[in-house]
Design a protein around this ligand. Structure first.
Ligand code: FES
Length: 208
C-alpha cells in the first residue's frame, strides 16, 4: 500500500526541475525572437554615385610674330678719312644709331689709329646722365655741360673731373693705310642709356 502510494506521489523537487527546464526552453525561444528584433538584419543597399562630366576643351594657341628686327652684331662702318681730319676739329658721326664723334688729338692716344695713332672716336653721350659731350681742343677732354664732368680722350676716356663713375664709351677704330679711310667696328663699353649696345642699336648711321 505504501509502495503504490509512493508511486502516485510527485516529488516536488523533480517537479520544480521539469517546470524550470520548460521555462528555460521558453526563455531561450523568447530570447531568439527578442534578439531578432533587437539586432535587425543589415540589408544591402545600392548607392549610385554620379561622376562629374568632364567636357573636352579645345585650347588654341598662337605664336607671336616678331615685329622688331634686332641687329645681331656690330657693323663695320666708315666714319672718316684721315686726310680730311684736322687736329682739334672733331667730326660728328652716327654709328648704329648712336651719336659719336671722331677727332685727331694731336698726340698718340690710347685706342688711337692713323699714322700717328692720334685718331680716336667716342660716344657723344655722357656716362653720368646722358648729357651731350663736347670736345675741348685745349685739354683733349670731352666736356659735359650738364654737370661739368670731363673725360680724357687721350687716356681711354677716363673721367678726370666730375660725377661719372665709369669711362666714356670709346669707338673701336680701324685704319686703312691704303686709302686713309677710318672705320668704326663697335664700342668698347656700354653706351649710356642702353643695356645692350648691339641689341638696342638702330639701323641708322652716318659718317662725315
Ligand atoms: S650728365 Fe654729364 S656730367 Fe652729368
Amino acid at each position: 500500500m505504501s509502495k503504490g502510494n509512493d508511486k502516485d506521489k510527485v516529488d516536488p523537487n523533480r517537479r520544480a526541475i521539469v517546470v524550470g527546464g520548460a521555462a528555460a526552453v521558453a526563455g531561450i525561444a523568447a530570447g531568439i525572437v527578442i534578439g531578432g528584433n533587437v539586432f535587425p538584419k543589415l540589408e544591402k543597399q545600392t548607392v549610385t554615385v554620379k561622376q562629374p562630366i568632364v567636357e573636352k576643351q579645345t585650347v588654341t594657341t598662337t605664336t607671336p610674330t616678331p615685329t622688331v628686327t634686332q641687329v645681331q652684331a656690330y657693323q663695320k662702318q666708315k666714319v672718316a678719312n684721315y686726310n680730311s681730319l684736322t687736329v682739334g676739329s672733331p667730326v660728328s658721326v652716327t654709328y648704329m644709331g648712336y651719336p659719336a664723334y671722331v677727332v685727331r688729338t694731336g698726340k698718340a692716344s690710347i685706342g688711337g689709329v692713323g699714322p700717328n695713332g692720334d685718331v680716336v672716336g667716342y660716344s657723344a653721350v655722357c656716362a653720368h646722365m646722358g648729357g651731350p659731350v663736347q670736345y675741348d681742343p685745349n685739354t683733349n677732354c670731352g666736356v659735359c655741360p650738364y654737370h661739368y664732368s670731363q673725360y680724357d680722350l687721350t687716356k681711354d676716356g677716363i673721367p678726370v673731373i666730375g660725377h661719372p663713375n665709369q669711362y666714356l664709351a670709346m669707338l673701336v677704330l680701324e685704319y686703312d693705310s691704303s686709302t686713309g679711310d677710318i672705320y668704326a667696328l663697335g664700342f668698347n663699353r656700354l653706351v649710356y642709356g642702353v643695356y645692350n649696345n648691339v641689341g638696342q642699336a638702330s639701323s641708322s648711321s652716318s659718317s662725315s
